[in-house]
Design a protein around this ligand. Structure first.
Ligand code: NCD
Length: 298
């Protein structure tokens, strides 16, 4: 695999192969397949989980990693991302893990570098966050037998969420037939493939008998001032509380990509409760990112 830019670049078989590789890395010693490789983390937006887990994944595969702090890099002097990359390539960097506010930037960079480097999307604008989708699918697979039989509810700000866009695409590739999108009209996505999707404005109806619940942060940084929903009101109407969780199947799992805004999209008792797999998602983040990095060299 040259680049990892969009979850939709994979068919079902390829996605299942990546999931197997991620699961193997949790169960078996891993090969140091990135020894002698330099990997650069280029994050132009804040990150805790994604940046650190890519760093740990790269190190576990034997790579050396450079973390470029965009706030004190030459980006501040007007250098383009492409120029930053070609300069780092000139120093021997082979892999670029990129998070950026522009939807199309990672695709453009991948097209530009061709096969001279590996470009990995760590979250772009509102459009794609494919490594999050991979770790989310891995987490679901660890709890549920068969993707095709699942019903999955996604609650909250899907319009601005790159996680939702990539998760919906991944669920569709893996054959999930029942996806419930639960949100007020102004936070629903307008640009997704509608296969298997039902929209609910009422959370109680949307949660009935689902197997998996994904909660999302309100992406205030991507909203225009004036249209940001009130946090208290949002929690009253769409917050995942223990009473609402009880409407799903008794063995339903609760997911969140982080960072959580407790008391806005999710109650403390649910976030820390026994159906929550949120920290398992974080552990799986390292495994999924090892699978992605390893797939570039094997
Ligand atoms: C998400 C992101 O950056 O898109 N976080 C993550 O990578 N785990 C979700 C968010 O910021 O709310």
């Amino acid at each position: 695999m040259q680049h990892f830019v969009d979850i939709a670049q994979f068919n079902q078989v390829e996605l299942l192969e990546l999931l197997n590789s991620a699961q193997d890395s949790l169960e078996q010693p891993v090969e140091q397949c990135l020894q002698n490789h330099f990997v650069a983390n280029l994050f132009f937006e804040p990150s805790t989980r994604t940046r650190c887990s890519f760093e740990i994944a790269a190190k576990r595969l034997g790579a050396k990693i450079i973390n470029l702090d965009s706030s004190c890099s030459s980006a501040q002097k007007g250098e383009t991302v492409m120029d930053t990359i070609t300069n780092l390539q000139a120093m021997g960097v082979t892999h670029f893990i990129i998070r950026h506010q522009q939807n199309s930037l990672v695709d453009e960079v991948a097209a530009h570098v061709g096969d001279s480097a590996h470009i990995i999307n760590a979250g772009c604008g509102t459009s794609q966050h494919p490594s999050q989708a991979l770790l989310d699918m891995l987490t679901i697979q660890q709890h549920k037998k068969n993707f095709a039989d699942l019903s999955v509810a996604i609650i909250g700000d899907m319009k601005h969420s790159r996680v939702a866009h990539s998760d919906i695409a991944a669920l569709q590739i893996l054959g999930v037939h029942k996806i419930h999108l639960i949100a007020p009209v102004n936070l629903l996505p307008t640009d997704i493939k509608q296969t298997g999707i039902t929209v609910f404005n009422n959370i109680d109806e949307g949660l009935a008998d689902v197997d998996v619940i994904m909660t999302l942060r309100m992406q205030k940084e991507r909203m225009q001032a004036g249209i940001i929903p009130d946090a208290t009101e949002f929690f009253q109407q769409y917050g995942l509380t223990p009473a609402r969780l009880a409407l799903a199947k008794p063995d339903a799992i609760v997911m969140h990509p982080g960072p959580m805004n407790r008391g806005v999209e999710i109650a403390n008792d649910v976030a820390d409760g026994k159906q929550s797999v949120i920290l398992q998602q974080v552990t799986n983040g390292v495994a999924a990112r090892m699978a992605i990095l390893a797939a570039t060299v094997t």
